[in-house]
Write a protein that binds this ligand. Structure first.
Ligand code: FAD
Length: 393
């Protein structure tokens, strides 16, 4: 494929827009299609409720496409992990791997809105704000139709249209499901004491609870995985009751929880597509190819890893639809997705039991890991995206 060949990217979430900017920088003709442009959203405590923890590898990629530095990003230097049954804790410190931070907490809507603005800088990047309704892939072209009747014909298609991917459904591609039976309750809380630039995570029998540090040292973004019934009960509580309950659940590590923003809940799932390059003209990336449990804050990071690895194949002037071009990429992404889903499923099983014998074993295991500096450094490098193939190049 020559430099001027056309690529359609369906989905302008963080993964799709990063791919669009990176490919436009490489002189490809890119069309990004999303049902709507992002709007900046802020809740009662002044922050977007939707936040993600980004790794240093993700930050480097966003920086390389001009998307870093203009919107709020809260660095965190420490991570503290403990559980409901027992007193063993895991402490991770950025300094132990010679880094200034383990990652950043970013508000999604301002970052996304800024990324969309960056697309104006490229003459070879067109944006369609429309919902796609059909995709037809032949050996010659990819035809895309939108709900408003517009049609486009492209050489190559990148689907970054999220967990419910229409591209995936239009191509009859089945995902493998790994049921989670939990929902995530998300919100923002204000705490009496500052968060100390630490990501706090406590494993409760019902599911993990994370307090993720925001730019304001007294605000934390909350991701609390739990059963659907518990989430409904906690969403219905009045503010004072909820603050007491979540303060108790995190053992008042940051003093009292004094305020809570609006509460949302999302059903959780884990799923993966066995082959993210099902046709020489089609690649699926981000949540369209794999969804993982949010307990380790890896979803966007894995999606941006897809983009980073994709860029190693999509060098300027490469024929993107050449047979076999994406085979190695697809295999690597598949192995990574499978590994992550296995780890999160295992953690859920291990921590989901209140059996005293298992709790004792867990605590012995955690105490031992906490003393093993080498292993902890390896875990940190993994979470920071410094070990994934190609992530640092
Ligand atoms: C509670 C919770 C907490 C999380 N925390 C973290 C975290 O800390 N760190 C992290 O890395 N990840 C986290 N994640 C995961 C992360 O949110 C997802 O992995 C990420 O949003 C996926 O990005 P994406 O761009 O692939 O898809 P999406 O963000 O879902 O974007 C898909 C885009 O496609 C568009 N689209 C869909 N269908 C169509 C269509 N038919 N036509 C046109 N456009 C379409 C949508 O409008 C959307 O803009 C969390 C997830 C949850 C549920």
């Amino acid at each position: 494929m020559a430099k001027t060949s056309t690529i359609a990217i369906v989905g302008g979430g963080l993964v799709g827009v990063t791919a669009a900017l990176a490919l436009a920088r490489r002189d490809y003709q890119v069309t990004l299609i999303d049902r709507q442009a992002p709007q900046i959203q802020r809740g009662a405590l002044g922050m977007d409720i939707r936040n993600v923890a980004l790794s240093p590898a993700s930050q480097a990629l966003l920086d390389s496409v001009g998307v870093w530095g203009a919107t709020p990003a809260a660095p965190y230097q420490h991570m503290q992990v403990w559980e409901q049954w027992g007193n063993s804790e895991l402490s991770f410190h950025a300094a132990d791997v010679g880094a200034l931070q383990l990652g950043w907490l970013v508000e999604v809507s301002p970052l996304l809105a800024h990324a969309w603005q960056q697309m104006d800088r490229y003459d070879n990047l067109t944006v369609w704000t429309s919902e796609i309704s059909d995709v037809d892939v032949s050996s010659e072209r990819v035809e895309i139709e939108t709900a408003t009747g517009a049609r486009g014909s492209f050489d190559f298609l990148i689907a970054a249209d999220g967990a419910q991917s229409l591209v995936r459904r239009a191509m009859n591609l089945d995902v493998q499901q790994y049921p989670v039976h939990q929902v995530a309750l998300t919100t923002v809380v204000k705490t009496e004491q500052p968060h100390q630039h630490t990501a706090w995570q406590r494993f409760l029998t019902d599911g993990p609870l994370a307090f993720l540090p925001a730019v304001d040292e007294h605000l934390c973004s909350i991701v609390w995985s739990q059963s659907g019934e518990e989430a409904e009960r906690r969403k219905a509580m009045d503010e004072a009751q909820f603050c007491r309950e979540i303060g108790f659940a995190i053992e008042h590590r940051l003093g009292a929880v004094t305020q809570v923003d609006q509460r949302f809940s999302f059903p959780l799932t884990q799923q993966r597509l066995p082959n993210c390059a099902p046709d020489p003209r089609v690649l699926l990336i981000g949540d369209a190819m794999r969804v993982v449990h949010p307990l380790a804050g890896m979803g966007v990071n894995l999606g941006l890893e897809d983009v980073q690895q994709m860029l190693e194949v999509a060098r300027p002037t490469v024929d993107l639809s050449a047979p076999g071009l994406w085979t190695r990429f697809a295999r690597q992404r598949q192995v990574r997705a499978q590994m992550m889903i296995r780890i999160f499923s295992a953690l859920q099983k291990i921590y989901g039991s209140s059996d005293p014998g298992l709790a004792l074993l867990r605590n012995i295991g955690v105490a031992s890991i906490n003393r093993l500096d080498g292993l902890k450094q390896q875990i940190m490098r993994e979470a920071m995206g410094l070990t994934a193939t190609g992530a640092s190049s």
